[in-house]
Ligand binder design. Structure first.
Ligand code: HEM
Length: 454
């Protein structure tokens, strides 16, 4: 008789054989997780095509998975993608690397994100927000996600590369082109192999060449001149060295800057879009925010010192990131057999954890669908446990751009709200679409109303 104990598993989700809940996942992944968690609780499992998948929703379990970066690795999906044209584009940067290589790269890059350096990008953030305001006219109707994407794209390009304008447009165009292609591929039901000379694959190849050429040119010019003082993230990374005095190769530099670019600009743009949407839906919150901004800034340009004088603004940002954590799904796979809580995890099992689901859990956030920045006032914030609020992830792989993003959100929102109130155009359908990030499926159309006060 075998003495081996039965494998302990959480409840198994009822679903069709073989493909499991794939249909529901394809329809709306976030909603599927929300519904299943309400039905099955904080831990459950299902299989798709013999792949076992765990879903965890308890803050303690999520903490255990996120902290153990050596056992729970980024899903192998990233690695397969690396061989495709899209994979080449993203390369092997912080977001997708694993194990010791990830650890040493993180150590190398982390100092460039120290608060003292991040502060240097404040002027860039103010400048491009003001540039956007110069394009706006009172009464205009704008698709707000598009405008916010343009804004964060400008800020990212300048902060990362600080390059000349002619270069800059080509680079920004190629990178956005690449991101459009990735969304198209994600959405398309049929995936053709990357080596087939389809129109799309040829386009991806061409865009890759443009991006590589521009970035390698910038790196080589700097290496030749020996001048690294460009006041941008690339120059910080070019000077970064490990304890043996080794820096990054040209290709590694390219992969890391592209990764920062991709990880940073869209997430911030989408958060800004959801924030203005939520403000328009909640006029009392909007009024209080305007009052704070008027009292603290009036119409003068925001400075770094102002950031700590706008507590309500921070509460609004935190509450937006609760309802719409745009990095809405964390995926890990077990690199070895292990246990989490009472459950046995086998090598290769996938783990899903969603801050979107966690943040809409009434046990942590009473009346969870309501937008209420007061949840994050000084007093209430104390009762939210650390791993129940994860808009930037947690553990060693927490978002490296967290402070950069917060500063960008503060500056952009305050500067825009000094001048405009954004009103929702009636009768439009606004729905979150959970792809890699959570975006408004049909965009968000808003009318610009000039603010008269002050
Ligand atoms: C509101 C804006 C942002 C949100 C909501 C966000 C969210 C996240 C989340 C949830 C993760 C962890 C994912 C996981 O554990 O699976 C992450 C990782 C990461 N983020 Fe952000 N992010 C934002 C802005 C930025 C910015 C501005 C940058 C760069 C300038 C950036 C760079 C990265 C990188 C490189 C990682 C991977 C870190 C690692 O694994 O070591 N993010 N982000």
């Amino acid at each position: 008789m075998s003495m081996q104990a039965e494998r302990t598993l959480p409840p198994n989700l009822k679903a069709a054989p073989f493909f499991g809940p794939l249909k529901a996942i394809n329809e709306d992944f976030a909603q599927f997780l929300l519904d299943s968690t309400r039905q099955y609780g904080d831990a459950y499992t299902f299989t798709i095509a013999n792949q076992r998948i765990f879903v965890f929703n308890h803050p303690d379990t999520i903490r255990d998975v996120l902290q153990n970066w050596e056992t729970f690795r980024k899903a192998p999906i990233h690695k397969e993608a690396r061989h495709s044209g899209l994979g080449h584009f993203l390369g092997a940067g912080l977001l997708s690397n694993d194990g010791d290589f990830w650890k040493s790269q993180r150590k190398l890059i982390q100092p460039s994100f120290h608060a003292q350096y991040i502060r240097n990008y404040a002027d860039t953030m103010v400048h491009y927000t003001q540039q956007l305001l110069n394009q706006w006219r009172a009464g205009d109707v704008r698709e707000i996600e598009h405008d916010m994407m343009q804004l964060t794209l400008n800020i990212a390009t300048k902060s990362l590369f600080n390059v000349e304008v002619d270069y800059y447009d080509d680079l920004a165009d190629a990178i956005t082109g690449m991101q459009h292609e990735s969304v198209k591929i994600l959405k398309s039901p049929m995936k053709l192999p990357h080596w087939m000379p389809t129109l799309q694959n040829m386009k991806i190849k061409r865009l890759n060449r443009v991006v590589d050429k521009i970035i390698y040119d910038i790196i080589e010019t700097r290496q030749k001149s020996g001048d690294f003082e460009h006041g941008d993230l690339l120059s910080m990374l070019m000077q970064a060295q490990d304890e043996h005095g080794n820096g990054m190769s040209k290709q590694q530099l390219r992969d890391e800057v592209i990764t920062l670019f991709v990880a940073g600009h869209e997430t911030t743009a989408l958060t800004l879009s959801w924030l203005f949407y939520l403000l328009a839906k909640n006029p009392q919150v909007q009024q209080r925010l305007h009052d704070e901004i008027d009292a603290t800034l009036g119409k003068r340009t925001i400075t770094l010192d102002d950031l700590k004088k706008l507590p309500y603004l921070n509460m609004v940002i935190d509450e937006t990131l609760r309802l719409y954590p745009v990095g809405w799904l964390f995926v890990r796979f077990a690199a070895q057999d292990t246990r989490i809580g009472d459950y046995d995890i086998k090598t290769g099992n996938l783990i899903l954890m969603s801050p979107y689901v966690l943040h809409r859990d009434a046990r942590h956030y009473p009346n969870p669908d309501q937008f209420d920045p007061e949840r994050f006032n000084e007093e209430n914030r104390k009762s939210i446990s650390k791993y129940a609020y994860l808009p930037f992830g947690g553990g060693p792989r927490v978002c490296i751009g967290n402070s950069f993003a917060m500063m960008e959100l503060q500056i952009a929102v305050a500067t825009i709200a000094q001048h405009y109130q954004l009103e929702l155009i009636p009768n439009q359908q606004i729905e979150p679409e959970p792809l890699v990030t959570m975006r408004p499926k049909y965009g968000i159309h808003m009318r610009l109303v000039a603010r008269q006060s002050v």
